[in-house]
Design a protein around this ligand. Structure first.
Ligand SMILES: [Zn+2]
Length: 242
């Protein structure tokens, strides 16, 4: 099918070297950002928008042509994002939250936000999302860091440092300097998922890859890791939140 791309509105913003155009492809919003990069990338954002990052030299026609070629892939990506959103709507609109694997309603009680037995001070007018994010970060630091320290001793796999971070795509990472980074969003997962992510990163201290040796080390410390991996992948939408 021929793809019709219309210039949606004349938004032509110069931010350093990037140019932003808005297009509509078959009722979809496409944002094209031109910058001093060498390659072109197409991303489906959680909002369902399509974002094209391309070098300055790419003309509108060239971008349209690439979008035409990739239309099927783009449509599939958008459908996936929309499905993930509709399956977890209450989490995306922050009426519910998961904490240590249990789902709670987010309640507003006097000057507090209530999540299970926890009361988080909240001033009307401030962003509830920010208040909850700060609380999750605090809880992640106080619960996950001691846990990985314990697991490190238990598995006899020693790191140099650990840090709770806010990354969008990954649950955790480990570099050759033996520094482990863990996503604060993990605190929304069950204890067994938290342990899995910690053990996964600890095993990278020995094997910086996903070889069979790596997986057998994971299995040695966590025999049912395959089942837990499945549970995590069912909860990957949590990475989009906050
Ligand atoms: Zn890994």
């Amino acid at each position: 099918m021929f793809l019709r791309v219309f210039c949606f509105c004349i938004v032509h913003i110069f931010i350093l070297h990037s140019t932003i155009f808005w297009y509509i492809i078959e009722n979809m919003k496409v944002v094209v950002k031109r910058s001093r990069r060498r390659t072109i990338s197409i991303k489906i954002l959680n909002s369902g928008e399509v974002q094209v990052n391309c070098p300055l030299r790419y003309s509108d026609n060239q971008v349209n042509k690439i979008l035409e070629e990739k239309e099927e892939w783009i449509q599939k990506g958008i459908a996936k994002v929309q499905q993930r959103y509709s399956e977890h709507k209450e989490f995306y609109n922050y009426s519910k939250i998961m904490f240590l694997g249990t789902t709670y309603e987010i309640k507003y009680v006097e000057n507090n936000i209530q999540i299970g037995d926890y009361l988080i001070p909240y001033r009307k007018g401030s962003s509830a999302q920010n208040v909850i994010k700060k609380w999750l970060l605090k809880m992640a630091k106080s619960l996950i860091l001691p846990r990985i320290s314990h697991l490190s001793e238990y598995c006899d796999l020693r790191y140099k440092s650990t840090k709770i971070i806010s990354a969008r795509k990954k649950w955790g990472s480990c570099n050759s300097e033996k520094e482990i980074r863990l996503n604060f969003r993990m605190i929304m997962l069950s204890q067994s998922c938290i342990d899995y992510v910690c053990i996964h990163e600890l095993c990278h201290l020995k094997y910086m890859n996903h070889s069979k040796y790596f997986w057998s080390l994971v299995q040695k410390h966590l025999s049912n890791y395959r089942q837990i991996k499945k549970e995590i992948s069912q909860n990957n939408f949590v990475l989009d939140l906050f």
